[in-house]
Design a protein around this ligand. Structure first.
Ligand code: UDX
Length: 453
């Protein structure tokens, strides 16, 4: 609810990392704070810059970082983040000074800076300007401890770990195995740990925000609070609290909603591997035949540029297109939250990015987990082994395995049980954001803290 009033109209500066899975939760957080009486300025990188017209109530200020070479992103995502931080650090003080001079009156003072953990350069500037800062971590809380295990293994000289340990359980981190630890598939592990240690250095932060709930991650959040000196705010799932504005970097193809309208209830498997995963043309063809042979209707997002060696789906054989006829619909980018909320959708074959995982849980949609890198493997294990609302597709991406997994999720008794648990989980998450629920309480504490600055 809007809490207008002279005293609480303070400005919060948001600094999102320039990736879809990070921009979405940051702008959702902005919408939530705005509806609670704060003015919002988004200071963002020029690369993947958000569209200001989707959030007309916010001010947007680009950080001149145009010399960052985003071509290195696919090959060395970690190197990209390190370079981006170095470049933005030089520009941020100037940018904040500009915000401050534009603001005349006392009531529109900057209350604090909320930055993505990967935009850690913000923290130093905040400290120099004596502004409080808060970190937004866009992955799950459990992922933090999985990363922590990597630091420990590194310190003990056990990184990289040998092949034979991959299936072993990581001590005290059930249900994770060594192969599930969030090692990036792009970039070197040493550089990755260097980036994480900068992002996790929260010495001068006033708090940490997680887009999660106590119902999903009770023990990790409790462990986190014991470990940190600053308050932990778990205020998710934020997309269910924030206004519905889209912060999509790609154009959403809404034709798929009309196609979904023609399908029967719970019959469609939705397939999307998020905003950064890649696959080979051969894997694309295997996926296509796996979906075709499952005989289930499917809605498939193939992001342009996500298939190595192909522009889009031109490598798919003609007989596949004839075989599926109207049973399949392929788009470049979908309005995912609306798709998952559609009655026709009964399953989600996903890379298990944290946003996709939460969006699926919130609609009670069971998942086939096909993680690609980093925290996605951790999320996949929680989906399949802790919340038990999905199954893992672990083998090489081949048509038979895909067909079997889709039939298991959409047709078999096993899948029906996951569906039931999914509905229960959905209800529990709804409780968390209602008045008196854990996320609602935590959000109120966050708002009180920001007002107190
Ligand atoms: C990245 C990392 O891969 C992920 O593990 C981390 O948790 C966040 O950053 P990404 O690939 O972007 O994630 O996936 P995800 O976190 O699921 O975010 C993707 C977002 O794009 C979701 O909010 C989803 O709704 C949206 N999306 C995806 C669309 O709007 N349309 C689509 O067609 C596909």
């Amino acid at each position: 609810m809007e809490k207008e009033g002279k005293r609480c109209r303070r400005r919060v500066v948001l600094v999102p990392a320039p990736f879809q899975g990070h921009i979405n939760p940051m702008l959702q957080l902005g919408s939530i704070l705005h509806s609670n009486g704060f003015s919002i300025t988004v200071v963002h990188a020029q690369y993947n810059s958000p569209d200001p017209s989707t959030h007309p109530d916010f001010s947007f200020l680009p950080l001149p970082d145009s010399s960052s070479d985003h071509n290195i992103l696919a090959a060395d995502g970690v190197g990209f983040v390190l370079e981006l931080n170095a470049k933005c650090k030089a520009r941020f003080p100037e940018c904040l000074a500009q915000v401050m001079t534009q603001l005349g009156s006392d009531d529109d003072r900057i209350a604090c800076i909320i930055h993505d953990e990967f935009m850690y350069f913000s923290q130093e500037t905040a400290k120099d300007l004596k502004l409080p800062s808060i970190v937004l971590r866009t992955a799950s809380a459990s992922n933090f401890f999985a990363r922590d295990a990597l630091f420990q293994l590194k310190a003990e000289g056990h990184l990289p770990f040998p092949e034979y340990r991959l299936q072993d359980p990581v001590p005290e981190l059930y249900p994770l195995r060594f192969k599930d630890l969030p090692i990036p598939t792009f970039g070197k592990v040493d550089k990755f740990l260097q980036m994480l240690s900068k992002g996790s250095n929260i010495e001068t932060s006033s708090g940490i925000i997680y887009n999660t709930t106590y119902y999903l991650e009770n023990s990790s959040l409790a462990k986190m609070q014991q470990r940190c000196q600053v308050p932990i705010f778990s205020i998710g799932p934020m997309h269910k609290i924030a206004s519905a504005s889209s912060s999509s970097l790609l154009e959403e193809d809404s034709s798929c909603l009309a196609w979904l309208d023609k399908q029967s209830c719970n019959s469609v498997i939705y397939v999307s591997l998020g905003s950064v995963a890649f696959m080979d043309a051969k894997e694309l063809v295997e996926m296509a035949w796996g979906l075709a042979h499952s005989k289930q209707p499917f809605l498939w997002v193939v992001r342009p540029g996500s298939i190595r060696g192909a522009e889009w789906i031109e490598v798919l054989p003609e007989d596949f297109k004839e075989d599926i006829g109207e049973r399949g619909h392929i788009v470049k980018w979908a309005p995912q939250k609306e798709v998952l909320a559609h009655d026709a959708v009964g399953g989600f074959l996903s890379h298990c990015g944290w946003n996709s995982t939460l969006e699926s849980i919130c609609e009670g949609i069971p998942m086939i987990c096909r993680p690609y890198s980093g925290d996605q493997r951790v999320n996949a294990r929680y989906v399949s082994h802790v919340w038990k609302v999905g199954l893992e597709l672990e083998s090489k991406l081949e048509r038979c395995g895909i067909e079997r997994a889709v039939r298991r999720l959409m047709v078999d008794e096993d899948g029906k049980e996951m569906q039931k648990r999914g509905n229960n989980l959905k209800e529990r998450c709804e409780f968390c954001i209602r008045d008196g629920g854990s996320s609602s309480n935590s959000l109120n504490e966050l708002i009180d803290m920001i007002k107190s600055f």
